[in-house]
Each structure stands twice: as structure tokens, then as C-alpha cells.
Ligand binder design. Structure first.
Ligand code: AHR
Length: 515
């Protein structure tokens, strides 16, 4: 199969907000206990955090981690997780029918985040609780001293405020599964009042209001409109969530699902702009895609898990090669919408539908989906550039005109780097790709990374990395002309770099900078 791409230095979509490479840790399954935290493990530090997990999280270079839920947050008393650990209560978590021992809470998680080189994106409970609890946790977290909650934090041994900047106003409040689900009117009012109190407490924070739990919810669209009608001037982002599964074993259709994600983003951005117009507002509300991934391999095994135990192995999806391709397409879709999507969280980070898995007492290992995420996070910072692809398309059960190539580019001007991310959706044929890359004189192709495996159901495990990246040779870039071969069913990163002689800033780059 043949195809062509055209890239121009000026075909800018927007600046990539690094927070689109965020992730998520919920008090769910083995994400916290036996995931990031396992005291007594040979690799644990003095606080019980697993250093091997911290290393993998740093390898992914995740700038924000949403916490503590998810569905969990809608029944959570944040005060249960502060103060002396031996005095903390064990609670029944009604979201996942497990026992929550509260050995990890806000302070410990903020400390873990520092060690992981990331920031906390905190969610407040707008299910069983409301504006009062929301403003209190913010005061405890962000005010330096001299007030009841800030001094309580200091008395707990955390002298400095945590300085958490991004806050979620609840989670999936439209979902019947949510603890204390609300109607759009009820949630819009509660979110508006919580937002007011929170911004009065700390005006430097940014707030995310709940959008629909997914685009197939019966109230999708009208939910966003009503919620934004109440909250527009008080919040900064509206959330989107999506999970895909290949339930029917139809891989071409599964690989087309990112088209649905793209249209979801454009629709929600449109609703934000519609409410903006109606309100004659000058403010733009952007998008936080704070849950996205492939899910549901674990659906049947989860039915066997007994209730009311601590940290059961729930939602432990083992990801395949084809899942990595879908994750790659989803990452590209986020980048293609970099003008509106300003934060995003792959859900989740460790053990629970996650790129990183741990064995209790054993190793931590990388799932197939770890790799596209790591590549995008490391090489996808800068300005997102539109890529025009001309080549084959196909139709599937649910989608039409799916291009065989899903692609986007990111230009890091200071680092003199251009990264082209590309998924060849053709399961049978390699794609011989020609490229016209305009405005990148003095660049050369330094690396073609690929992730592929002829067996689309291949998985990794604690013992075996069947799916891992390789470097391909044979590609070229001369006089603005790119020529590469993308293997069938593959994720690819084409890395172009400005040569020393044409980049006056070379030599000023910081060490460790991936570009
Ligand atoms: O990520 C798992 C769950 O998916 C989250 O708790 C919830 O918000 C969503 O439904």
C-alpha cells in the first residue's frame, strides 16, 4: 500500500499542553495498595512506596495524576485519610464494594507525586458531600498557615502547602452507578456553588466540571448544556470520558474507534462555544479528557471477586498489541485536538486498566500500551501540526472512511525536533509512505521507532515482553522528502532533528531533555 503525507511548519493546531499526558490513580483494586504502595516490598522506600513503580512512572513522564477517583470519590470523606494512620477508619467503599483502610490519603499521595515527579489533580466529592467539604480540603491542601485547616495540615507534619492547581468537581455525576447521582440541574447548581467557594479560597486554582460519563449516555449534550449554563463563568474545563473495547472481535472496527473520540471532542467543544455565545461571554471553556483507555478484558474475571475485602485484583486488564494501536490512535486524536484538550488522563496508571502492572512482592512490568504513551509523552511536546494524509480508507461495521493512516506531528522548536506519530491501521499490508515536509530545512531523520507484532493478540507479562518497541532502518529524509515503510498494524514514531549547524540553540539544551 502507498500513501503520502504533507506537513508544513505553519500548519499549527495549537500548543500541546503537557497535561494531556496525565494519568489517574483511584482507590480501586490494587492501584494504591499493592500498586504504588507496598510496605515491606524489597523495592519499597521508607514510606512504603515502591521505587520500581516510581521509576516506571517517571519513565512515562506523567505531568499530572488524577486522584482519588473516579467513582470512589463520590462516597469519600477526605478527612478519613489525614492524621495518624493508626487512628484512621476502615470504611465500606460503596463504589467498588471493597474495604478502604485509608492508609494512604491526601498527604501521602502528594508526597508520592513529588517522588514520581508529577503533580496531583484532585477530585472532590460532590456525591455524598458538597461545597463545604470541597472548600475545606482545598484550604487544608493549599493555604500556607493561620487557618483551621491549614494549621491542621501543619500539625500532621506537612509544613508546606501542597499547591494543587487542578481540581475536579466530582466524577461522572450523570451515571446511575454513581454514589448519589444527580440530575444536570442538581449537579450544575452544586458545582457552581462549590466552584465559587473554592475559587474564593484559592483564586489560583483551575476547575473541571463533569461532562457526560460518555457520549452514549442518554442525556449527552443536554447534560453539558445545562451544567455549563450554571457553571460557565466559574469553571475552566469540562470533562470527557471514553473507554473502548473490541467486544465483537472486529479489529478493523476497533481501530476506527478513535474517530468516535474525535467527534466526541468536537461536539463537546461546540457545546461549550454555544453556551459561551448564549451568555455573550468572552471566556473560553476548554476540555479535560480525564479518563480514556481500552477497558473490559477483565469484565468476566471481576464477577468472581468477593465483596468487602481490601485491594482485590479488580479491572486488571492485560493489554494486547491491538490495544496498543488503539491507545496510539487515541493519543494522536488528543494531539489533533490540542487547541481544545488541555488536560487528559489515561485511566489508570498502576494495575487498574493500566500501563504499569505489579506482582505483590515481585516485579513491576510494562504492558503493551505503556509504549505508545511513553513515546507520545516524551516526544510529543511542543506545537501540534496538522498532517494531511492521502492514501487508502476503509469502512467498518460502525464507521466509514477510516483512513489507513492515523497521524499527527509535534514540533518542538527550541529543541529543534519534529516528531511524527503514525498508526498504520492496515492489518495486512505495510504502508510505503512518502512525505513532503515543508519548512524543516536542516533536519534529518534520526530514528524510526515502531511497535508491532504479527500476532495482534500478543500480550506482555511479568516474565515476557512480547510487545516492545524496535528501531527500523531504511527510512530517509532529504530535501524535504520523507520516505519510510510502516509495517502492517503498527505504531510508529518518526523523529526528525535539526542538525547542529542549522540550530543556533544547540548546546543550550538541558541534559535529560528527550528532544
Ligand atoms: O476508571 C474506572 C472507572 O471508570 C472510574 O472510577 C469511573 O469514573 C469510570 O466509570
Amino acid at each position: 500500500m502507498k500513501g503520502k503525507i504533507t506537513i508544513h511548519r505553519e500548519f499549527s493546531i495549537g500548543e500541546v499542553d503537557k497535561r494531556i499526558y496525565g494519568s489517574f490513580i483511584e482507590h480501586l483494586g490494587r492501584a494504591v495498595y499493592q500498586g504504588i504502595y507496598e510496605p515491606g516490598h524489597l523495592q519499597s522506600d521508607e514510606l512504603g512506596f515502591r521505587k520500581d513503580v516510581l521509576e516506571l512512572v517517571r519513565e512515562l513522564d506523567v505531568p499530572i495524576v488524577r486522584y482519588p477517583g473516579g467513582n470512589f470519590v463520590s462516597g469519600y470523606n477526605w478527612e478519613d485519610g489525614i492524621g495518624p494512620v493508626d487512628k484512621r477508619p476502615t470504611r465500606m467503599d460503596l463504589a467498588w464494594m471493597t474495604l478502604e483502610p485509608n492508609r494512604i490519603g491526601l498527604n501521602e499521595f502528594a508526597e508520592w507525586a513529588r517522588r514520581a515527579n508529577t503533580e496531583v489533580m484532585m477530585a472532590v466529592n460532590l456525591g455524598t458531600r458538597g461545597p463545604e467539604a470541597a472548600r475545606n480540603i482545598l484550604e487544608y491542601s493549599n493555604i500556607s498557615q493561620g487557618t483551621y485547616w491549614s494549621d491542621l495540615r501543619r500539625s500532621h507534619g506537612y509544613e508546606k502547602p501542597h499547591g494543587i492547581k487542578l481540581w475536579c468537581l466530582g466524577n461522572e455525576m450523570d451515571g446511575p452507578w454513581q454514589i448519589c447521582r444527580r440530575t444536570a440541574e442538581e449537579y450544575g447548581r452544586a458545582a457552581c456553588e462549590a466552584a465559587k467557594l473554592m475559587k474564593w479560597t484559592d483564586p489560583s486554582i483551575e476547575l473541571v466540571a463533569c461532562g457526560s460519563s460518555n457520549a452514549r449516555m442518554p442525556t449527552f449534550g443536554s447534560w453539558e448544556e445545562t451544567v455549563l449554563d450554571h457553571t460557565y463563568e466559574h469553571i475552566d474545563y469540562v470533562s470527557l470520558h471514553i473507554y473502548f473495547a473490541n467486544t465483537e472481535g472486529d479489529t478493523p472496527n476497533f481501530l476506527g474507534r478513535s474517530l468516535e473520540m474525535d467527534s466526541f471532542i468536537k461536539t463537546v467543544a461546540g457545546i461549550c462555544d454555544y453556551v459561551k455565545a448564549r451568555k455573550r461571554s468572552r471566556k473560553q471553556v476548554n476540555l479535560s479528557f480525564d479518563e480514556w483507555n481500552v477497558w473490559f478484558h477483565s469484565r468476566d474475571q471481576d464477577k468472581e471477586i468477593p465483596q468487602w475485602i481490601e485491594a482485590p485484583p479488580r479491572l486488571e486488564d492485560i493489554y494486547t498489541m491491538e490495544d496498543a494501536l488503539v491507545v496510539g490512535c487515541m493519543l494522536i486524536t488528543l494531539l489533533k485536538n490540542a487547541d481544545r484538550v488541555k488536560a487528559a488522563c489515561i485511566a489508570q496508571l498502576v494495575n487498574v486498566i493500566a500501563p504499569i502492572m505489579t506482582e505483590p512482592g515481585g516485579t513491576a512490568w510494562r504492558q503493551t500500551i505503556f509504549y505508545p504513551f511513553m513515546h507520545a509523552s516524551r516526544y510529543g511536546r511542543g506545537t501540534a501540526l496538522q498532517v494531511i494524509f492521502t492514501g487508502g480508507k476503509y469502512d467498518s461495521k460502525e464507521y466509514t472512511d477510516i483512513p489507513y493512516l492515523e497521524t499527527v506531528a509535534v514540533h518542538h522548536e527550541e529543541g529543534g525536533a519534529l516528531s511524527i506519530f503514525a498508526v498504520n491501521r492496515n492489518l495486512e499490508e505495510a504502508l510505503d509512505l512518502e512525505g513532503e515536509i515543508l519548512g524543516f530545512e536542516g533536519y534529518r531523520l534520526i530514528e524510526h521507532i515502531t511497535l508491532n507484532n504479527l500476532d495482534l493478540k500478543a500480550v506482555n507479562s511479568a516474565r515476557c515482553q512480547n510487545v516492545k518497541p524496535a528501531v527500523l532502518t531504511g527510512g530517509s529524509f532529504d530535501n524535504g522528502k520523507l520516505s519510510v515503510r510502516l509495517p502492517p498494524a503498527s505504531w510508529n514514531v518518526l523523529r526528525l532533528k535539526q542538525t547542529a549547524s542549522t540550530n543556533p540553540r544547540r548546546g543550550q539544551e538541558q541534559s535529560g531533555q528527550p528532544f
